[in-house]
Ligand binder design. Structure first.
Ligand code: HEC
Length: 144
């Protein structure tokens, strides 16, 4: 009797450990239902002169109400601490298949306006310049 209880506890703990270890990365490919940016913005790209290092600060630390990494994960795979509880899941920037239609302008549109009804809220404290910086960081450091 005692042995079987111990075995059960062991199984539960193992399952728990395994599931938290893999709670990480969001699926790849991921279904994207995000609203599409108006075509002029969709094609816009101001990352050429943007500053990836400044963007990184926003991503890992300063964005309000929460740093992007809390949901999108430090590596950009959608595996942030809060991401696991969200539906839909945060975008997995590391998934090329998901990101192939996500232009810099599309990213700008969602970062600025949010995706209604999801965890992705409008980033009201970021100036346009900050947004291009964070986009540059994501595209040059995380989407590779
Ligand atoms: C509270 C969690 C959360 C935080 C914080 C967060 N996001 Fe998101 N993000 C999401 C979710 C959830 C989605 C998916 C929305 C959807 O599918 O409609 C998303 C989607 C996106 C997309 C995808 C746009 C597209 O069209 O596919 C981009 C780009 C993005 N986020 C950038 C950022 C940036 C940059 C920050 C920080 C300034 C940030 N997010 C902060 C949860 C978050």
């Amino acid at each position: 009797m005692k042995k079987s209880v111990m075995f059960l506890v062991f199984v539960i703990l193992t399952l728990f450990t395994v599931s938290t270890a893999f709670a990480g990365a969001a699926k790849c490919p991921q279904k994207r239902k995000t609203k599409k940016a108006p075509s002029s913005l969709y094609k816009k790209d101001k990352t050429a002169k943007a500053d990836a290092a400044a963007g990184k600060k926003i991503y890992v630390k300063t964005a309000k109400p929460m740093a992007c990494k809390m949901c999108h994960g430090k590596k950009g795979d959608g595996g942030g601490k809060l991401g696991a509880a969200l539906k839909p899941k945060p975008r997995n920037f590391r998934c090329a298949k998901t990101m192939k239609d996500v232009t810099p302008g599309q990213m700008f549109f969602i970062i600025k306006n949010g995706s209604k009804g999801t965890g992705m809220v409008p980033q009201k404290t970021l100036k346009d310049k900050d947004i291009w910086n964070v986009i540059k960081y994501i595209r040059t450091e995380l989407m590779k």
